[in-house]
Design a protein around this ligand. Structure first.
Ligand SMILES: NC(=O)c1ccc[n+]([C@@H]2O[C@H](COP(=O)([O-])OP(=O)(O)OC[C@H]3O[C@@H](n4cnc5c(N)ncnc54)[C@H](OP(=O)(O)O)[C@@H]3O)[C@@H](O)[C@H]2O)c1
Length: 255
């Protein structure tokens, strides 16, 4: 399991006690104190697709699930390449993107720079939930007043004159998001179109308060078998195991 999402954790939790599987997890190591998974967990890059092939072979992995974040585009491409090279069936567990509902004031941009341009030239009070990889891009548009939420502290702080920081990790709830936005006078919500439920409350809060939302669209993903939720992923794993049932259980390892 290539992890790093709430869906990855839910899937590993669903598999952890099964006698016919020995799941293992890989994390990139971006979060300082990741919530533990109930399975052996390795942390750190593999060294590209070739490194992942080596890992798949060394660990005797039979099935691979790419449950990384929808914006983890490099890892997903490497997973597709490695699966093909190592002959390991691959499933992408990819939650659907968010779509606007009636009353939403959304603008979806192809890239983060385009999204930042979409904030406009005039100073706005912006809530930014971007992740540590991307948040530093805000320095390119320093005229806004930012409220930045992240799991780990943004160190060093951004080189912008007006920024407040809040440390938190999802899942988030609507009432708390509304309170947060009101107390900081937020006018615009800036986020990636991650999809899923854990961080959707900010969009519902924006809808409730009539705020503008600027979303970064997802990067392209490789063309591999995909599941939209944990239930579909479990069904895929069971179907694969069923197809391999002629092999002895001792020969089946890994997810
Ligand atoms: N991007 C986001 O918005 C976001 C949000 C929440 C969580 N995450 C999680 O954070 C992790 C890193 O995201 P990213 O955007 O930096 O990915 P990325 O840009 O697609 O990946 C960059 C490199 O990080 C390593 N890597 C990524 N995911 C890995 C994993 N699960 N296990 C081992 N190595 C991994 C790989 O290094 P090597 O080439 O050396 O193997 C990969 O080439 C992912 O697991 C993702 O699920 C990302």
């Amino acid at each position: 399991m290539l992890g790093g999402t709430s869906e990855a954790r839910a899937l590993v939790e669903a598999l952890a006690n099964r006698a016919d599987l020995a799941p293992s997890v890989s994390l990139a190591g971006r979060t300082r104190n990741p919530l533990p998974y109930p399975a052996p967990t390795r942390i750190g890059g593999f060294g590209g697709a070739a490194g992942l092939v080596t890992h798949l072979r060394a660990e005797g992995i039979d099935l691979m699930v790419d449950a990384t974040h929808p914006f983890a585009a490099i890892m997903s491409m490497n997973a597709a390449d490695a699966a093909r090279l190592a002959g390991v069936p691959l499933l992408a567990l990819a939650r659907p993107a968010w779509t606007p509902q009636p009353g939403d004031d959304w603008q979806e941009a192809e890239s983060l720079p385009a999204a930042l341009a979409g904030l406009g030239a005039a100073p706005r009070r912006v809530f930014a939930a971007l992740g540590r990889n991307e948040v530093r891009a805000l320095e390119a548009v320093p005229q806004h007043h930012y409220l930045i939420r992240s799991v780990d502290a943004v160190e060093p702080p951004l080189a912008v004159p007006l920024a407040a920081y809040v440390l938190d990790r999802g899942p988030f709830v609507l009432e708390a998001e509304i309170d947060l936005f009101k107390s900081h006078g937020i006018e615009v919500v800036l986020a990636k179109n991650s999809g899923g439920t854990a961080s959707a409350a900010k969009l519902a809060a924006a809808r409730t308060l009539g705020l503008k939302v600027v979303l970064v669209a997802r990067p392209p993903r490789p063309d591999v078998e995909a599941a939209a939720n944990v239930g579909e992923a479990l069904a895929w794993i069971d179907a694969r195991l069923h197809a391999r049932s002629a092999r002895p259980a001792s020969a089946r390892r890994g997810v």
